[in-house]
Design a protein around this ligand. Sequence first.
Ligand code: RTP
Ligand code: MG
Length: 140
Amino acid sequence: MAVTRTFSIIKPDATRRNLTGAVTKMLEEAGLRVVASKRIQMTREQAEGFYGVHRERPFFNDLVEFMISGPVVVQVLEGEDAVTRNRDVMGATNPANAEPGTIRKELAESIEANTVHGSDSEENAKIEIDFFFKPEEIVG
Ligand code: RTP
Ligand code: MG
């Protein structure tokens, strides 16, 4: 399996509870390497752009409000089959349905305040990495 990259966000519920280290530890223990990381306050425009595919979904406005409710940590993760590996350690979108040992089962508060985002395909990973990072900010 090839070494690839994915994009991750540690969401505001996690930064609020001082869990950025706990989340990163779980990502690293899953075999992912943090090759770029920065703590940012997302603007409304950034959040709406980032979640543009969900614009017509009923939860879109709440999701945008949540994502700008506090700082987030955006990261590029590298590892073998990084997209799938990250989705596996994140667990199901709704923490009630997530497997024990996953980030969302162990740490998430609700389907909205679910602690992490992770790209759902390599194609989207590239788009999402480019949305937040310049090439020189990523050091593999
Ligand atoms: P993510 O994109 O954040 O990694 O999560 P995901 O693929 O598991 O979930 P997705 O369907 O892409 O939804 C994006 C985010 O929207 C929020 N959401 N809220 N209230 C709801 O019914 C609802 N459904 C989704 C979650 O924060 C989810 O992570
Ligand atoms: Mg998604």
